[in-house]
Design a protein. Sequence first.
Lengths: 242, 242
Amino acid sequence: MQTNKPTIHTCFSPALLHLYDLSNAVVVIIDVFRATSTIAAALYNGAKCVIPVDEVAKAIEISKQIDGIAAGERDGKLAEGLQHGNSPLEYSKDFIKDKTLVLTTTNGTKLLQMALDNKASTIITGSFPNLSAVCTFLINENKNVVLGCAGWKDRFNLEDTLFAGAVIAKIKESFTIHCDSSLTAELLYNQHKDNLIDFASTLTHYHRLVERFGLIEDIKFCLTPDGANVLPLYENGKLTTN
Amino acid sequence: MQTNKPTIHTCFSPALLHLYDLSNAVVVIIDVFRATSTIAAALYNGAKCVIPVDEVAKAIEISKQIDGIAAGERDGKLAEGLQHGNSPLEYSKDFIKDKTLVLTTTNGTKLLQMALDNKASTIITGSFPNLSAVCTFLINENKNVVLGCAGWKDRFNLEDTLFAGAVIAKIKESFTIHCDSSLTAELLYNQHKDNLIDFASTLTHYHRLVERFGLIEDIKFCLTPDGANVLPLYENGKLTTN
């Protein structure tokens, strides 16, 4: 009997988040290309914390106040007024250790704010670089899970869905799943897990990032499991690994 | 070069419909279990027309005015106050020929109304029983297409997605597709097209319909191609095949 196990639901778009009860759940914010990959990389490389914000002006203001690094993107490229973007490869240990990253992005940081507004019990961020850390945390917490895909401007995207599927494939024995989105995510992941980077070339966001901006190394990092295997937990306005 | 071909987008939920430009597009309303399967069956069996409405009271009122048959469901079962439900198998030729069906359902008729409100250029309804008729129409129209999945109370569902995938698999050579939802729909359909009815037993809506209401014959009809191969076109408040 599975009735005593907690549930997993997968939410394909920020515009559908209101359909799920977050009040007693762990919400995993998923923005594979690239916000939640960048958050994992920065924290793995020793950043003190990451402060996600929704506006460029706010990122600049907060980073000045705390002597942090303002960074982010809009529409896949460096946001106007910022010197640092949303590439996980920018945040090497030499650059980011002991610093605070103040990050604003098109989709991922917006979804995180929405999860807060919808009274999520616990918020973490996930992407392939910290897949195992996310799975371990979810199993240990033993609470309901909502896998929140950031998508692209409220549209469904495949890369976030594939990560949701990877999580489900690893932890489903510990949960009750009665959710077509979760079933779809797992089916897609199982179909493509052995060739994720090749498969990525068919995705809309791949064209945006690689053909326009040449970011193939970013794509590889973002789709490779456990390259920055930390658990970013959101508390008091900050993501930290403590 | 594909640049002169019209586009296909797949919309996974009524709550995402506003993200798509319907103003110069054919919108296919998809509610496989069971509204758009029932619409195909009724028209195939000689119904004069189907009038989709959003409320039970409205269905009763209109059917009285025009001597039609008020029918519909809420939450998968016969709506209170109605004598006829949302099963395609109810609408045999003996029963429905030359009559008008006034139909209200949880998801499909709601989405149709939303497509109207969003100024869709052309609205048709589709499900497996009229798969070929839908595909032929879309190729002949040569306009942009939005495959609108009705889902379940705004949540993603797999059966509507599978039908979107079946359409895409048949007509994609005539269209430009740059949409992760469409790619997903086609991948899922290709993975399961040879065992749709077996696969259906894993879907959330299957449990709702079969375990609670015993509707396995409905499921089989709704997932079998071309059992009622007509093209329901919405004009002036009515779906007809003319």
